[in-house]
Design a protein around this ligand. Sequence first.
Ligand SMILES: Cc1ncc(C[n+]2csc(CCOP(=O)(O)OP(=O)(O)O)c2C)c(N)n1
Ligand SMILES: [Mg+2]
Length: 302
Amino acid sequence: MAILGIDEKEYFASGHRACAGCGEALAIRHILKAAGPKTIIAQATGCMEVVSTPYPESSWEVPWVHCAFENTAAVASGVRAALDAKGDKETNIIAIGGDGASFDIGFGSLSGALERGTRMLYIATDNEAYMNTGIQRSGATFPYANTTTSPAGKVIPGKTQPKKPLPFIAAAHGIKYVATASVMNLMDLHMKVKKALSINGPTMIVVLVPCVPGWKIDSSSTIDVAIKAFETSISPLYEIEEGVLTINQKPSEKKKVEEYLMMQGRFKHLLPEHIKKIQEYVDARWKYLEENNGKKVFDNLF
Ligand SMILES: Cc1ncc(C[n+]2csc(CCOP(=O)(O)OP(=O)(O)O)c2C)c(N)n1
Ligand SMILES: [Mg+2]
């Protein structure tokens, strides 16, 4: 049975070892509900693999392939080629990687698969650090976040680089569909997964997934933090379809970034000057989105 179009059946079974309040596990659960049973997953190493797959226990109710950090999109491409050889046009292929796997280490194979036009959905579950190995900064880590490799102290105030704009980098390959999503709106995530899977070509979704130990938040506040990320425009929801940018949902009242930052231990060292810089950074990114809403931002010639 389905409630509001969402399958009641679970394809990511309970009993896995993710932390209480894990945003990533929640996203995976809903990605699979949207994709349904005719799906093959290729997944990079990372928290989700470690908590859900050690033999003989697995939470995956659909076929699942382990991938190294570097080659998840290449493995998905190979699975697609095998299905094509069998004449199977029905089965969905979803490659999933964390932010470390997607923004950084597996980026080469991801870019290759996007450029080749491989029909697959690539989903980056973005918790803004290499969480599985103890909270190291990645290209997705938000500026000024305290991580073990961008330690806030006398020398630096946390990460001193901006967040890599992966959705835009993916869209610049000329692919048909790129979207951002967040666990704060699971219906939106659900619809985006379904839409992406209906497209004949590579598609990509980057989902914001708060991490309880990495962000130093309470396990009961995962969704509240994700909502605040949306309300402050730190995590905007948009699609880039055939090169055209569409903001899907706008906050009714734009909140100050401070409200989001102060909910999390990883930002507790910030001084007013840092918060001001973050506000400017977020405002500039939001201004770009608003100014280009409904416009073609990338060519899609093929
Ligand atoms: C080439 C390589 N470098 C490092 C590792 C060790 N490693 C395994 S999981 C992981 C962190 C994964 O981070 P991310 O992709 O963001 O996923 P998360 O754990 O945050 O969900 C690291 C560094 C590895 N397996 N392979
Ligand atoms: Mg991560």
